[in-house]
Design a protein around this ligand. Structure first.
Ligand SMILES: Cc1cc2nc3c(=O)[nH]c(=O)nc-3n(C[C@H](O)[C@H](O)[C@H](O)COP(=O)(O)OP(=O)(O)OC[C@H]3O[C@@H](n4cnc5c(N)ncnc54)[C@H](O)[C@@H]3O)c2cc1C
Length: 416
């Protein structure tokens, strides 16, 4: 029988709390899964008692916090096996990217991981996955060979493009609203080093320099910019670089001409790529929202000029992200920029709404599921993470695989 943790337990809080602290799951019962059988048992228990189910790996992407019901935690279901012959990795649901990166590097390979290695690899991938090499290789979800999934009836499926193909299609995008993945088989890429790091500038105008420079970069270059308030009261602009082509020094020379305060860009092993963004690693209460843009004119950059208390992050998309590889539900492939802001604390200050309004003119109207958190992960926003026909197909498959809406403490797919 699978282990269970109740609210009276000493480890109840440590088990339920994750990275995001603006809200948190407060279930009546936690199943700390160690095996796929534990996940099946937890889902069968929930179905038998008509209880909603939430699932959490690291809590980096909390959408809708559970009040009561069942929480399945996957932190102990975290094995990773790399097959160097097929250039694939079998990753269990709770493995963070850091484990996958280390295991793949032994064989001269790398996964399509993102800015923070502590993020859960399975959930990131099922939500799309816009990684450090995104413009070269596309979404992580486009490189999934199989998803082992437990559906709301407590049954296990191995979903591939050829077997349980509807379920495979829906899990890659629909994620936790459709079923609970217990493991994935993902492609790895032959990358051991990349030209990467960050340039830190003292001026906001460096954002414009980055924007203009993008007109000349190839798909092998994936970069982003962040404007960050520092403890000394100044705001600094950080340009993050991840490049897989030749002669990176020449390519970024126009940026270096703006005299960065610090410059860490050089050839680095893929295992050191956490240093490119240097994302915070400590759990915290924060609110984050974003707008997907078709284009980034200078006026759109200016929207951030006087935002002194929040972090602004603009990621350059496009390239291979625009081109599907295998069938899946990932949408918004027309977006060329992801413009995000982050504020500290549990409240949602007006800057989130004001920024979205100011950017509306250039917005695709869509959202990236992986970047829809907490208060901003509304059903209306989730709907825009998909193309309209895709969303209708997801709704029909939700009705097939989870007719009682057991999986509702996640990014919500409405029933038909
Ligand atoms: C600091 C930071 C950096 C980030 N960088 C990037 C980035 O570079 N690129 C990018 O694309 N995203 C990025 N993200 C977003 C991140 O990929 C998503 O939030 C992702 O969902 C987090 O997964 P998790 O397992 O760590 O989080 P969790 O909060 O544990 O899970 C998030 C969601 O996934 C669902 N889920 C979890 N496990 C399963 C499962 N086994 N089966 C089905 N559904 C499941 C849950 O229902 C939950 O809604 C970042 C987030 C943070 C906080």
């Amino acid at each position: 029988m699978a282990r269970r943790i109740t609210p009276e337990s000493d480890i109840y809080d440590s088990e339920r709390l994750g990275y995001q602290r603006s809200s948190s799951h407060k279930p009546d019962l936690i199943f700390p899964a160690e095996t796929a059988a534990d996940v099946r048992e937890a889902v069968a228990h929930a179905a038998a008692h008509d209880l909603p189910v939430a699932v959490q790996a690291t809590g980096h992407g909390l959408a809708r916090a559970a009040e009561g019901g069942v929480l399945i935690t996957t932190g102990r279901l975290n094995a990773v096996h790399v097959n160097p012959q097929t250039r694939t990795a079998h990753i269990e649901a709770g493995a963070p990217w850091s484990t996958v990166i280390e295991a793949a590097a032994v064989h001269g390979l790398a996964p399509l991981s993102g800015s923070a290695p502590a993020v859960g690899a399975a959930s990131y991938t099922l939500g799309g996955g816009i990684g450090l090499m995104a413009r070269t290789y596309g979404y992580a979800a486009d490189h999934v060979r199989a998803v082992d999934v437990v559906t709301a009836d407590g049954e296990s499926h191995v979903a591939t493009p050829d077997h349980d193909a509807d379920l495979y299609w829906a899990m890659l995008g629909g994620r936790g609203a459709i079923g609970i993945a217990t493991s994935l088989e993902i492609d790895l890429v032959p990358v051991t080093t990349l030209y990467g790091g960050a340039l830190l500038f003292d001026t906001f105008d460096a954002v414009h320099a980055w924007r203009e420079w993008l007109a000349h970069v190839p798909e092998e270059m994936t970069s982003s910019v962040a404007v960050i308030p520092f403890p000394d009261g100044r705001r600094r602009t950080q340009v993050r670089i991840a490049y897989l082509g030749e002669d990176g020094d020449s390519l970024i020379a126009p940026l270096r001409r703006h005299q960065p305060l610090t410059d860490t860009v050089k050839d680095i092993p893929y295992t050191a790529t956490a240093t490119i963004h240097n994302d915070p690693t400590e759990p915290a209460a924060y609110q984050s929202s974003h707008t997907l843009l078709r284009e980034l004119p200078a006026e759109a950059v200016e929207v951030a000029r006087n935002q002194t208390t929040n972090v602004v992050e603009i990621r350059h998309l496009g390239g291979a992200l625009s081109r599907p590889v295998r069938p899946n539900a990932i949408g918004n492939r027309d977006a060329h920029f992801l413009y995000g802001i982050v504020t500290r604390g549990p409240e949602v200050p007006p800057v989130h709404e004001k920024t979205a309004e100011a950017l509306e003119e250039w917005s695709t109207g869509g959202h990236a599921l992986n970047f829809l958190y907490a208060a901003h992960a509304t059903p209306e926003a989730v709907r825009t993470a998909f193309d309209p026909e895709t969303y209708q197909r997801l709704r029909a498959l939700k009705a097939t695989y989870d007719p009682a809406d057991l999986f509702r403490h996640t990014h919500v797919i409405e029933g038909p």
